[in-house]
Design a protein around this ligand. Sequence first.
Ligand code: PLP
Length: 447
Amino acid sequence: MNTSDLLARSLQAVWHPCTQMKSHETLPLLPISRGQGTWLFDEAGKPYLDAVSSWWVNLFGHAHPRINAALREQLETLEHVMLAGFTHAPVVELSERLSALTGQRLGHCFYASDGASAVEIALKMSQHYWRNLGQPQKNRYLHLAGSYHGETVGALSVTDVAIFRTAYAPLVRDNDVLPSPDARQAEAGETAPAYARRCAAALEAHLAKHHAEIAALIVEPLVQCAAGMAMYDAEYLRQARAICDRYQVHLICDEIAVGCGRTGTFFAVEQAGIWPDFLCLSKGISGGYLPLSLVMTTDTVYQAFYADEISKAFLHSHSYTGNPLACRAALATLDIFRDDEVIQANHQRAAQLTALTQILGLQSHPKVRNFRQQGMIWAFDVMTEHPEFARRAFAQALQQGLLLRPIGNTVYFMPPYILDEAAMQLLVSGTLQMLEATLKELGDQGA
Ligand SMILES: *Cc1c(COP(=O)(O)O)cnc(C)c1O
């Protein structure tokens, strides 16, 4: 297939995700033929720095030799077997190693394939737990303003992003939305922890009234990524944990985007010194290789389902639950974390990239506001109201050999954990050039 053939046939036969297909009349698709490390290569051989880790999933670059080798070996032994009534070494080892990372507090892992399904599982498990305890009226959920938990119908019921939700309103149950501790919304002179406490007080006030009908609060710890990398103080999580305990409400932590080292610790909740009742993982857990998601929960939750009656059991399932290849990729990913001391190395890497953004003048750029960083996530807001900014910036970044995908007027970096100094230079200088070109194109430069 030559390139123009590939593009035409893709537009005809493939309905691409999160895309108004008509926009491809002016913005061409990018045909990728291979990946290596932080780089993706198009059909013509042009390299692109994958600064968003291919939608936040890739941790150690493309075609990683150790993950490749682990997958080849697994492929020769067992590609898949159903997980009801059967088991296999990769799923057992993965569950044990993840639970060890929580100090055995979250000692039971339930598997699915995508992030939204993990959220569905956590929501269903929480409600079913209360039902098994004789409290079926506890069946509502609380979520935060700007929250994103996936796009299946249940996950949308705790997602507060209008463009994903509005068209499906008749299908989606309305749950109550609480103020987000997004530090940008603090008042002048108010610190991020103080603002977090103010938001926690709103949670407490809500639960004082409604706890009898609420199963769980669901949050994205430390960073609400899809909202445009809204970062908040860990104090909110500490307070939320205590308040949920006080009112007998579960805390679900959706670490699909922020887990696996992304925020500077393996689990983001470690920075608050708390553990949730349910923790959802996906995206990076397989190193960005294969669809895999899971929900980790406590022995208390597990025991509430352990009974003679089948109706008390959690009967949820997906065809590829616990797929051995995906679990093996995850085990290889955890090996890399351990052997390469990745969390430690990332602290250095993050400081280096942050310093570059200062040295090269990105932080002080006249159109840049709210420059922020948490672990291996960097974001800033661009002073523009132009509705086309994200799309034009994406296209301009490609010209610079950068894969960036701004959210509204927020530009962010979420690179793989292998970025070297040359790639950092290119990322920051390319971003500056992208900004100049985009603002010029939009006629915003002097505005
Ligand atoms: C991506 C994401 C999801 C959904 O995961 P999918 O695999 O896309 O279904 C849920 N929650 C958060 C926080 C995410 O970033």
